[in-house]
Write a protein of this length. Structure first.
Length: 141
């Protein structure tokens, strides 16, 4: 029993350490860019194209979304997402829409797709600066 508790404590401390690190280099992520936008698009592209993302190693964005027009993997293509996001929800900026779509995946389900299919915990598992980086990258699409 003592060995189990020691192992559990060690794993818990390691998990907390990794979660605090956020899985990325904080010097390259978040903050405000020179043009006043939030996020680092280059870091966002790396995150988007990662096989896993977040503290629970959830599927990376490109596991389910393509950056090529009309190419559907599981979810809708992200080609042209910046333009679509500008008008997707009245009263929301493209940045707000994209951020909300990551942290609340079922808030804005694209017509023809099913709620609950997108991984639901990105908002809890990806640090806010990295979410901002993803948004900055998506705004370049």
């Amino acid at each position: 029993m003592r060995k189990f508790l020691l192992t559990f404590l060690l794993v818990s401390v390691l998990a907390l350490f990794l979660a605090a690190c956020g899985g990325g280099d904080s010097a390259d992520s978040g903050g405000e860019a020179a043009d006043g936008s939030v996020g680092n698009a280059a870091n966002g592209e790396k995150l988007y194209k990662s096989a896993t993302i977040g503290s629970a190693s959830a599927p990376g964005c490109n596991t389910c979304h393509s950056l090529e027009a009309d190419v559907v993997i599981v979810g809708p293509s992200h080609a042209g997402i910046a333009a679509r996001a500008e008008t997707a929800v009245e009263g929301m900026t493209a940045e707000e829409y994209l951020h909300d779509s990551i942290v609340n995946p079922d808030a804005h389900v694209t017509e023809g797709y099913t709620a609950g299919v997108m991984y639901q915990n990105y908002g809890a598992e990806i640090p806010e600066p990295q979410i901002n980086d993803l948004v900055a990258f998506l705004l370049t699409q």
